[in-house]
Design a protein around this ligand. Structure first.
Ligand code: PHE
Length: 403
């Protein structure tokens, strides 16, 4: 049922008849998986930010060139999501079957490009917009109503584009015509330099993510808000993967944001697709999994760690805690890795996770004890407690002094 008022990101919005948010999407809005410590999407996001900050700095004080915008409100106006980006009035993406509407004037952002206009208007020249975006779509292995994007925008003044020289080239030309290569208002010189900068930025980013000499190819593309437009594909694991869309920003968008003397490029990267191949995650829905079999594989990882996801079983977990006294004169630290080894050796394939959960020292009696949680799970069937007890029982015998 439609609420009168819908509150999100600290703002209240009146709804009307075009409201079409399902309970399921409202649930997704509350999750914010990009902010969850060890979600692989967060790791990838952080890796990209780290790389961009290290690589691009302001000429003067060497501080990071790109401003990171991660907290833009996710409900945007139709103007932000569509009109400001020159999306035609009858474009399919405007249909209520494609976009989630709050009311006739506001929707959930369907791409991070929705923030281009307002951030330029605020005076930003170089920024990344990062966040969750929402599209009504079928759900399958690679589609989900919520996914995550990084938008990049970079504007150049004449000096920034061509360098300071006696006789610099011009950004703008009068009375030239628009063609496949450029917009009417731009000179060939300006588009050539901006395009080289754009492609260099993105190729270097791909090298960083996929390896120095990864194979890449540029494809001509169309977006209402850039011209010329391109897509970048990377050859990875035996297939071409589309990783991003980009182009020279339509000058009309800059003008309507109050930017008069600059040329700009923009790109949009989908995080899920890249995270899926980098971490070997086979299904987009897994990013939302709370199953400890998934979560534990990324816990404690840093953005620069290499992680390959091992598929977890669809069968339920069986959890056992095991506690025992340590042999005399053995320190906690010296015990732990041996215990991990023993549990994995005995439990074999059935042990999904092992974790030290408690340590206790009775100083008077001079006795130390540890507790481990063992998560068992089979790829073949639902395990029973009794079956697991077989392994568990042997473990006790080996540890020899159960508490
Ligand atoms: N917003 C586009 C999308 O979601 C991606 C894009 C961003 C393309 C910026 C060009 C420039 O598909």
């Amino acid at each position: 049922k439609r609420p009168e008022v819908f509150e999100l990101d600290g703002r209240k919005h009146k709804t009307d008849d075009v409201w079409n948010l399902s309970p399921a999407v409202r649930h997704l809005l509350n999750r914010r998986i990009l902010r969850e410590q060890s979600n692989p999407l967060n790791l990838l996001k952080q890796r990209i930010i780290n790389y961009v900050h290290q690589t691009y700095r302001k000429a003067g004080n060497r501080s990071p060139l790109f401003t990171i915008c991660e907290n833009e409100p996710r409900i945007v106006t139709n103007f932000q999501n569509f009109d400001s980006l020159l999306t035609p009035e009858n474009h399919v993406s405007r249909r209520p079957s494609d976009t989630y509407y709050i009311n006739s004037n506001e929707c959930l952002r369907a791409h991070t490009s929705a923030h281009q206009h307002s951030l330029m208007k605020q005076g930003l020249d170089a920024f990344l917009v990062i966040g969750d975006v929402y599209r009504r779509d079928e759900v399958d292995r690679t589609h989900y109503p919520c996914f995550h994007q990084i938008e990049g925008v970079r504007l150049y003044s004449k000096d920034e584009l061509f360098g300071k020289s006696e006789n610099p080239a011009e950004i703008f030309s009068k009375n030239e015509e628009r063609n496949k290569e450029k917009q009417g208002v731009h000179t060939y010189d300006a588009v050539r330099v901006a395009e080289i900068q754009l492609k260099e930025f993105l190729e270097n980013l791909c090298d960083e993510l996929f390896g120095k000499d990864c194979q890449k190819r540029w494809i001509d593309a169309y977006f209402p808000f850039t011209h010329p437009s391109f897509e970048l594909e990377v050859f990875y694991n035996g297939q071409w993967l589309e990783v991003l869309g980009c182009g020279i920003m339509e000058q009309e968008i800059l003008e309507s944001a109050g930017v008069r003397d600059k040329i700009g490029w923009a790109f949009g990267i989908g995080l899920e697709r890249i995270a899926m191949v980098l971490y070997g995650i086979p299904d987009i829905r897994l990013f939302w999994s709370k199953d400890s079999g998934f979560v534990s594989q990324f816990a404690g990882k840093t953005p620069e760690d290499e992680v390959k996801y091992k598929e977890i079983s669809a069968h339920p977990q069986v959890i056992f805690d095991v506690s025992f006294f340590l042999p005399e004169n053995v320190q906690f630290n010296d015990m732990t890795s041996d215990v991990y080894d023993v549990i994995r050796t005995i439990g074999g394939e059935l042990v999904e996770q092992v974790k030290l959960t408690d340590e206790f020292e009775n100083k008077k009696k001079g006795k130390k004890s540890q507790t481990y949680r063992i998560v068992y799970r089979s790829h073949e069937k639902a395990l029973t407690k009794d079956e697991v007890n077989f392994y568990y029982g042997r473990m006790i015998t080996i540890s020899s002094t159960p508490c």
